[in-house]
Design a protein around this ligand. Structure first.
Ligand SMILES: Cc1cc2nc3c(=O)[nH]c(=O)nc-3n(C[C@H](O)[C@H](O)[C@H](O)COP(=O)(O)OP(=O)(O)OC[C@H]3O[C@@H](n4cnc5c(N)ncnc54)[C@H](O)[C@@H]3O)c2cc1C
Length: 435
């Protein structure tokens, strides 16, 4: 018999799963209700034609402090990328060693033709600051929170040339916008995580990250294909009919759904991106290095299997290419033309799939608070309400995981100090007749 849930978590993305794992560790009975047919939310991996296809190209960064806290990183078997990028511009490939992992070596070989000597000093200064300052100081307000990333780079003395030829193409694939209007403080936090960590892909796909969290929950804790239609005074109403009661409900849905379930909750604008996957008989590059497009026709491309051969079941190469915005298969020929300029002949390539992700990442313009409240006032409601997700912290794996922990902590504090539902003898009773 499944245990009745004291806490219902709505959504089995990283935030909801992290919240559930923390609650379980504290001995609280938790039920995660997920609308879709699998865990992971925006991080899932499909198997298509023998390839592992992440639902939109994204990377794992070992420099995320929260990942080290809650994930078993060695078990992900990370397949690292080269600590640099190739910038494609005017038909030329410029290799730029970025100053993570090997700061000294990187700074000596930096910016062959993409920046000035002053830029070298600027990058050294930014990197040293973000590497050495304690995270609390990088997070503290110091002016960067009022500036956009572009303004912040100029503030540090970066030349327009290096912004156009390196930072814009590189960062646009990270924050999913080319204007560099993301908060300068977010830029420093991202830079810090790049400098301190290793970037790569789990051998079996990005989907292993949420699966690893789900594996820590009891088998009956996550219920798939169970959309929550609304919150009720005592719990939730299920989209398919029926209600469930709980002492607390944590809304860990995507930002738009969270806004619908919790009227009045601010919902951020979302950035969109489309990832095209191609198969080639052999790698066109033979190295796990991201190529970024300074002209912005595409955002970035990488031969995924040069980093993680496990993404292919038959030795063919898998190439992932992302373009900002929402695109369909009809745009594939234009993308393929660009890839032919970047990699050479692509006539033997096959188009495997297109993933258009309309709501990929919350926009993070300044002033961007790093923490938003996770408690939601619920006058007249018996069940306490909470919210977590990347939109409550920063739009990233790190932000989603932190928000889940913060929500769990708030629930635990409130259950300990004000155990309303328990006092009324009203721990959850599933009235949906399915538990
Ligand atoms: C293409 C792409 C690239 C990215 N690149 C990176 C990157 O390189 N590095 C990085 O750190 N981050 C990256 N991100 C961001 C990162 O993936 C997200 O910040 C993170 O996964 C968000 O997790 P979440 O739990 O907050 O939300 P979600 O993953 O959106 O989870 C919400 C869950 O709630 C469920 N749900 C929705 N409505 C209901 C309902 N009514 N009832 C029940 N369940 C419901 C959804 O099905 C979903 O499973 C990228 C995202 C995308 C899409």
């Amino acid at each position: 018999m499944p245990q009745p849930a004291t806490v219902i978590v709505v959504g089995a993305g990283l935030a909801g799963l992290a919240c559930a794992v923390h609650l379980r560790r504290a001995g609280v009975a938790v039920r995660v209700l997920e609308a879709s047919d699998g865990v992971g939310g925006r991080i899932r991996t499909d198997i298509v034609d023998g390839f592992r296809l992440d639902r939109g190209f994204q990377v794992f960064n070992t420099g995320y402090p929260e990942a080290a806290r809650i994930l078993d990183i060695p078990a992900l078997r990370l397949r690292p990328f080269t600590s640099g990028v190739i910038v494609f511009r005017d038909g030329r490939h410029e290799r730029v060693t970025l100053p993570w992992r090997h700061p000294r070596q990187a700074l000596s070989g930096l910016f062959a033709r993409v920046g000035t000597p002053v830029d070298k000093a600027v990058l050294a200064a930014v990197t040293t600051r973000d590497l050495l300052l304690p995270g609390s100081l990088v997070r503290r307000r110091g002016g960067a929170e009022r500036r956009t990333t572009e303004e912040e780079l100029r503030h540090w003395g970066a030349s327009p040339e290096v912004v156009e030829n390196l930072f814009r193409p590189f960062l646009s694939g990270v924050v999913l916008e080319r204007e560099l209007e993301t908060s300068g403080r977010i830029f420093h936090l991202l830079w810090r995580s790049f400098v301190r960590g290793v970037i790569g892909l789990p051998a079996l796909g990005m989907g292993r990250i949420p699966e690893q969290l789900a594996d820590r929950l009891p088998p009956d804790a996550v219920r798939l294909e169970t959309p929550v239609g609304a919150l009720t005074p005592t719990g939730v109403a299920l989209g398919g009919g029926g209600e469930m009661e709980a002492a607390a409900v944590v809304v860990a849905a995507d930002p738009a759904t969270a806004g619908r379930l919790l009227p009045g909750l601010p919902v951020p604008a979302m950035r969109s991106v489309t990832t095209f996957y191609h198969a080639a008989p052999a790698s066109p590059l033979w190295e796990p290095t991201q190529i970024v497009d300074a002209e912005g026709v595409i955002t970035d491309t990488i031969v995924v299997t040069d980093a993680a051969p496990e993404y292919s079941s038959d030795g063919r190469a898998l190439i992932s290419t992302s373009v900002l915005g929402v695109h369909g298969d009809r745009d594939e020929p234009r993308v393929r033309d660009r890839l032919a300029r970047i990699y050479g002949d692509t006539s033997s390539w096959e188009h495997v799939a297109t993933y258009a992700i309309e709501a990929a990442l919350p926009a993070m313009p300044p002033p961007m608070p790093l923490r938003r409240p996770v408690r939601v006032p619920a006058e007249g409601s018996g069940a306490r309400r909470y919210v977590c997700g990347d939109h409550r912290d920063t739009g990233s794996i790190q932000g989603a995981l932190v928000s889940g922990r913060r929500a769990a902590r708030a629930v635990l504090e409130d259950l300990r100090t004000r155990p309303v539902a328990a006092r009324q003898g009203r721990t959850a009773r599933d009235r949906a007749g399915q538990a």
